[in-house]
Design a protein around this ligand. Structure first.
Ligand SMILES: [Zn+2]
Length: 242
């Protein structure tokens, strides 16, 4: 691993990649500006962390997202026979889910379904009103970043409550040991495979953390971040997409 922007080599590890090179994934992360500088961040589970990855910075630019989606699609095509529904939370993960479904339409006839989130962005155990999962449908669980793994369990619960058949788990990143354990358990208990692109070795702390105690202003990710990625020709060229 190499140092990336705001990300030291001992803070992350790329998983096995098939279509995307590690250099290109590093470039996507760097160009997006998704790894925020060290600070005081509120996580969706109400813990605090000094590190934050803003997946919106990637989904805001289809050229950046394309590299991530293609890697997941390649893996899904080799490992999962059919998908009826891609289920994700209504976070930035919904755009990843949509991008996967859009790629599949034509041969898989898949659609999306979304889980609601609370005001902090934590995944709820219910579908949004416009979403549905029918009995026996093949459901792919999809998220952007698994923080503690609790959101993954909510997606699993929704699919199970609707009597769907869970066929896999995909996402961009897993940011804690705790979330990796949940990922492994879901894989084992449902007899499925999972695919994420990157592990972060970041900590999170219950509130009030030391920075809360020192009155360091806390940035709340749910609606609080102001990262705006606009279409940038230099990004497209740097990724050799033109
Ligand atoms: Zn704090």
């Amino acid at each position: 691993m190499q140092d990336l922007v705001n990300l030291k080599q001992d803070e992350y590890s790329f998983r096995k990649l098939e279509n995307l090179s590690t250099e290109k994934l590093g470039k996507i992360i760097d160009l997006s500006g998704a790894v925020l500088p060290k600070g005081h961040y509120g996580l969706v589970n109400r813990d605090c962390s000094d590190s934050f990855f803003d997946f919106n910075a990637i989904t805001n630019d289809p050229h950046l997202l394309n590299g991530i989606t293609n890697e997941l699609i390649g893996w899904i095509r080799s490992n999962i026979e059919h998908i009826d529904v891609v289920l994700s939370p209504v976070t930035a993960g919904r755009i990843l889910a949509y991008d996967i479904v859009r790629e599949f339409n034509g041969d898989m006839k898949s659609r999306t379904a979304y889980a609601g989130v609370d005001e902090f962005g934590a995944v709820l155990n219910n579908l949004t009103m416009a979403s549905r999962i029918e009995t026996g449908e093949k459901v792919l669980l999809c998220t952007d970043i698994a923080t503690t793994g609790k959101g993954l369990r909510s997606l699993e619960k929704i699919a199970t409550d609707y009597k769907g058949n869970i066929v896999g788990l995909v996402g961009f990143a897993v940011r804690s040991e705790q979330a990796r354990e949940v990922e492994n358990k879901i894989v084992e208990e449902n007899n499925i495979l999972s695919k994420f692109l990157i592990d972060f070795f970041w900590n999170h702390f219950p509130r009030p953390c030391e920075m809360c105690a020192a009155d360091v202003p806390r940035v709340e990710p749910a609606g609080g971040l102001k990262v705006q990625t606009i279409f940038r020709k230099d990004i497209v060229e740097a990724l050799e997409l033109v």
